[in-house]
Design a protein around this ligand. Structure first.
Ligand SMILES: Nc1ncnc2c1ncn2[C@@H]1O[C@H](COP(=O)(O)OP(=O)(O)OP(=O)(O)O)[C@@H](O)[C@H]1O
Ligand SMILES: [Mg+2]
Length: 477
């Protein structure tokens, strides 16, 4: 005879049903019959269970319940006060708010977020929502935009109002940042800069081998020395660096010297990196990016660095040099609290290899107050370091035939069962809903829309705006 279901089992079944798990998966996981699952499902459909049944005394919290259900029951204050957490959306199981706490001091949690999901399911939208919420909490962000995701005409008016975006048309206007600049934290001065530039080019152009790498390094050192910045003389390191384009010219010079042993290598290196100089993106007449204006004490803004229209290798090179520039800037300021978020919405464009700025941000960004939001369509777009160093994951619908993603998620949750249930869920999530793992708890969350967020923000003019939008929508309907 089948054993009667305990209160705890009923609760677990209900929660797995809400997670979208199938009858057979639930029966299998909980050691009950599919018929018993159907019976509970029928009660749910008929509305007999308006609330999950109380767990049996001493049963502890359910393995499928969010970490702090008692604090998250409807009507009670959220477990993390909004002042210290970023509102993500509503838990689909009980409509309670879910927060992401990037400044959490608990355990080894880092502020980084990994967003994964197929095209059109809401990665960019969710990112915009988080950035608006961050700006609302006075945390600025900088977005590297390669497409149309954050172009002025596509921005939601609520985002525009709340995130206070500032657009930089860098592909068109150029950037007044010089990769040859030596920062105080570049302890070996010109040698550090030369290595960084050669490494960056080698990551972007994989056909640059050891010899070409050495030729680029040499060219950088010579260019710096030509303008009086000498390796052996620290007093010269703070001088104004020469134009970046001189590196290409130097390589061309080396290639033209008939007696030079590096002639052929210099020629090959010059031809690889020449595309960057065709666009002449780094130029003193370009847009000035003063990180102080982003990270300083003023009202938080969201910088949108528009890089679309550049050749893809140039996009990557420019992003890497800009990231190095930002990293060096915050390192020079020393360790500090959360200062800024860096957003790579199309993370597949970037290298995650050891020594890359993205890897450095993932490993050390927290120390210097830099958080990273990475979004991409395929799990393969992210390195193992990216999976391991993002305490928060937002997974939209994605195919997971071999269970790779759900296994990775389960490793991040307190209870592996949650992650296993995710395997059944993440392939069926509707647009705008995501499996969110944060603070080691996994939940299905509806990412609240901008209109829904407006009601949560207290500014009266925004409320007014929300009302007018709702009215417009009603009129349209
Ligand atoms: N949480 C949401 N609430 C309301 N609308 C949403 C939500 N998520 C997504 N949408 C709608 O779906 C559209 C597509 O979403 P989005 O651009 O974020 O997809 P994506 O995952 O970034 O796709 P891609 O990989 O192609 O860039 C949005 O423009 C928006 O209209
Ligand atoms: Mg997108």
């Amino acid at each position: 005879m089948t054993k009667r279901l305990s209160g705890t089992q009923k609760q677990q079944i209900l929660e797995m049903l809400k997670l979208g798990a199938s009858r057979h998966v639930i029966a299998d996981k909980l050691g009950v019959t599919p018929g018993q699952v159907s019976a509970v499902a029928a009660h749910l459909t008929m509305g007999t269970y308006t609330r999950p049944p109380e767990p049996a005394p001493g049963a502890g919290s359910s393995q499928f319940s969010p970490a702090s259900r008692e604090a998250k029951a409807p009507g009670l204050p959220p477990s993390i006060p909004p002042a210290s957490g970023i509102f993500v959306g509503l838990d689909t199981s009980d409509e309670t708010p879910v927060y992401w706490n990037p400044a959490s001091e608990e355990g080894s949690a880092n502020p980084h977020v990994l967003i994964l999901g197929e095209s059109g399911y809401g990665k960019t939208y969710a990112t915009s929502c988080l950035l608006a919420e961050l700006a609302n909490s006075n945390v600025p962000s900088v977005i590297f935009d390669y497409g149309q995701g954050f172009s002025p005409e596509t921005l939601d008016p609520v985002f525009r109002d709340q995130a206070r975006p500032v657009h930089f048309e860098l592909s068109r206007d150029g950037i007044a940042i010089n990769p040859l600049e030596i920062f105080p934290v570049d302890i070996h001065g010109p040698a550090t800069v030369a290595q960084r530039i050669a490494d960056t080019f080698a990551r972007v152009y994989p056909r640059i081998g050891v010899q070409q790498h050495a030729a680029i390094r040499r060219a950088v050192l010579e260019v710096l020395a030509d303008s009086g910045i000498k390796q052996h003389d620290r007093a010269t390191w703070g001088a104004r660096p020469p134009h970046f384009r001189n590196v290409e010219r130097k390589l061309a010079d080396l290639a033209e010297q008939p007696a030079s042993p590096v002639r052929r290598v210099a020629l090959a290196a010059a031809s690889h990196i020449s595309t960057l100089f065709v666009f002449d993106t780094f130029r003193s007449t370009g847009r000035k990016l003063s990180w102080n204006d982003l990270i300083g004490p003023q009202e938080a803004h969201t910088w949108i660095l528009q890089l679309g229209g550049l050749e893809s290798s140039v996009e990557r090179t420019v992003t890497e040099f800009l990231l190095w520039n930002l990293i060096r800037f915050v390192e020079a300021r020393g360790p500090g609290k959360l200062r800024c978020f860096v957003v790579l919405d199309e993370a597949h464009k970037m290298s995650f290899s050891p020594g890359s700025p993205v890897e450095k941000l993932l490993r050390e960004g927290r120390k210097f107050g830099l958080g990273l939001i990475l979004a991409s369509q395929q799990p393969e777009d992210f390195s193992p370091v990216a999976f391991a160093n993002t305490a928060t994951k937002i997974v939209f619908q994605v195919s997971d035939e071999r269970g790779v993603i759900s296994r990775k998620l389960s490793r991040k949750t307190k209870n592996r069962e949650i992650g296993l249930a995710a395997a059944d869920v993440i392939t069926k999530l509707p647009r705008g809903s995501a499996y969110v793992v944060t603070e080691n708890a996994g939940r299905i969350v509806t990412i609240s829309s901008f209109e829904q967020r407006l009601a949560r923000w207290s500014r009266p003019e925004l409320r007014q705006f929300a009302l007018s939008r709702t009215k417009e929508a009603q009129e349209d309907a």
